[in-house]
Ligand binder design. Structure first.
Ligand code: COA
Length: 389
């Protein structure tokens, strides 16, 4: 039996800040962002958007195509949880009117947990081939204003359906793991913004890649030459470029710069515009690769490196199924990015500060998002969500 991903859908926040705006406000050359870290824009949530509205937006596309019948597990992966106890997935389950016979849980390990969700989903389907598992990865990446992490914020969600005999991508069984108790990026309970030791996190990421790749190979994983494309966790797209250069070196692959870039370039395009989406970013990368790579990837093997600071990481592979292109929502996803409302630096800054101002009190949000679901506010400490009419 083969198991893997049968469908995958994308959502992001409905506002966008061009990093030119940030560079201008900071009085620096935008080349640092456009070229140096490889980011051109970041998605910025309206006040009535969050991980639930984005997650529901992505998952609704899957449910519209496949129905909710037979989905007995919903795994919600996030670093930017909205409740310390209740899974964000239960809010989505309610918004989408899914059936009662469903287990729903939230998973956390920085940017890695969507990959844990994928692996757990594969196990559930391996045990009973009739099971379908809906995985949602949704995050709003937030750093404090005026810190070096500020240009690497963003927001997006990806939902994917894990089934037997998958239509899109068969996930292969061999994986390589690497865990290390470090503090490269983390977010204490009392902060709404992440803390990061930027340069250390880059080095930790690359070290984890070597560790996970080493274990992958020692467990019988495919040779580098048998992997056509690579998809990395992308806190900023330049990180994936650095990672792939490192992997080529470690694997002894003699490729020039252009050849190395060709193996990852399509996977960077959407993240370049959403900004960091933590758990979702590697799967935004997968979608970007499938939708934007000009080559026919049917039958080709993709290598994935999933990294979550703290840190847990995993290298694994998948093989693209024939007919994958017909299943993609390529035009819709491009329009989702193009149609975001462009905002100026002052509004971005005001929205960033407002998140901390409303903590702990009841409030209503103005109806602003053009998206299908909205966060309506908090009453008696309960978050209220609505389907937009
Ligand atoms: N034109 C082109 N490139 C430029 C430039 C310009 N005008 N100005 C600077 N650059 C380049 C630098 O040379 C550097 O490239 P390099 O890394 O290849 O050497 C890059 O832009 C970044 O510049 P740097 O001075 O290192 O930026 P910084 O000190 O502000 O830090 C990060 C950058 C990425 C470390 C910081 O944004 C950060 O901490 N982000 C969060 C990291 C994260 O998400 N970690 C979790 C990992 S999973």
């Amino acid at each position: 039996m083969t198991i893997g991903i049968s469908d995958i859908a994308f959502a992001t926040a409905y506002q966008v800040l061009d990093l030119q705006q940030l560079a201008d406000a900071q009085g620096i050359d935008v080349g640092k962002y456009y070229i140096g870290i490889g980011q051109s824009e970041m998605s910025v949530p309206f006040p009535d958007e969050d991980i639930v509205t984005m997650g529901a937006d992505a998952a609704a596309q899957i449910i519209a195509r496949h129905g909710a019948d037979g989905i007995r597990t919903l795994l919600f992966a996030t670093e930017s949880g909205i409740d310390q106890s209740k899974s964000a997935g239960v809010f989505v389950h309610g918004l989408l009117g899914m059936g009662e016979r469903c287990r729903v849980v939230e998973l956390k390990q920085a940017c890695y947990s969507a990959t844990a969700a994928l692996q757990f989903a594969l196990g559930i389907v391996a045990r009973d081939a009739s099971e379908k598992v809906l995985v949602i990865a949704s995050d709003v990446a937030r750093y404090a204003l005026d810190t070096s992490g500020e240009p690497t914020q963003g927001a997006a969600a990806v939902a994917f359906l894990v089934t037997a005999d998958p239509a899109l991508l068969e996930i292969e069984p061999v994986t390589g793991l690497h865990t290390d108790d470090i503090h490269d990026f983390w977010r204490p309970n009392y902060l709404s913004t992440a803390l990061v030791d930027g340069k250390y996190s880059l080095a930790a990421y690359l070290g984890a890649l070597e560790g996970a790749w080493g274990e992958y190979r020692s467990r019988g994983g495919a040779a580098f030459a048998d992997i056509a494309r690579f998809c990395y966790h992308q806190p900023f797209t330049k990180m994936a470029v650095k990672a792939h250069d490192r992997l080529c070196k470690v694997a002894g692959a003699e490729l020039d710069k252009e050849q190395r870039l060709a193996q990852i370039a399509a996977s960077l395009q959407m993240n370049r515009r959403t900004g960091n989406s933590y758990t979702a970013s590697i799967y935004v990368g997968l979608l970007s690769l499938l939708e934007r790579d000009e080559a026919d990837l049917a039958g080709e093997r993709i290598g994935f490196f999933s990294y979550g600071s703290g840190s847990v990481s995993e290298f694994f592979t998948g093989v693209v199924r024939p007919g994958y292109r017909e299943l993609l929502r390529t035009a819709r996803d491009a329009a989702t990015l193009d149609d975001r409302v462009a905002i100026a630096h002052a509004r971005y800054r005001a929205l960033h500060e407002a998140v901390d101002a409303v903590q702990g009190s009841d409030y209503e949000t103005a109806a602003e998002t053009p998206g299908p679901y909205r966060f309506a506010g908090v009453v008696d400490h309960v978050r209220r969500y609505e389907t937009r009419g």
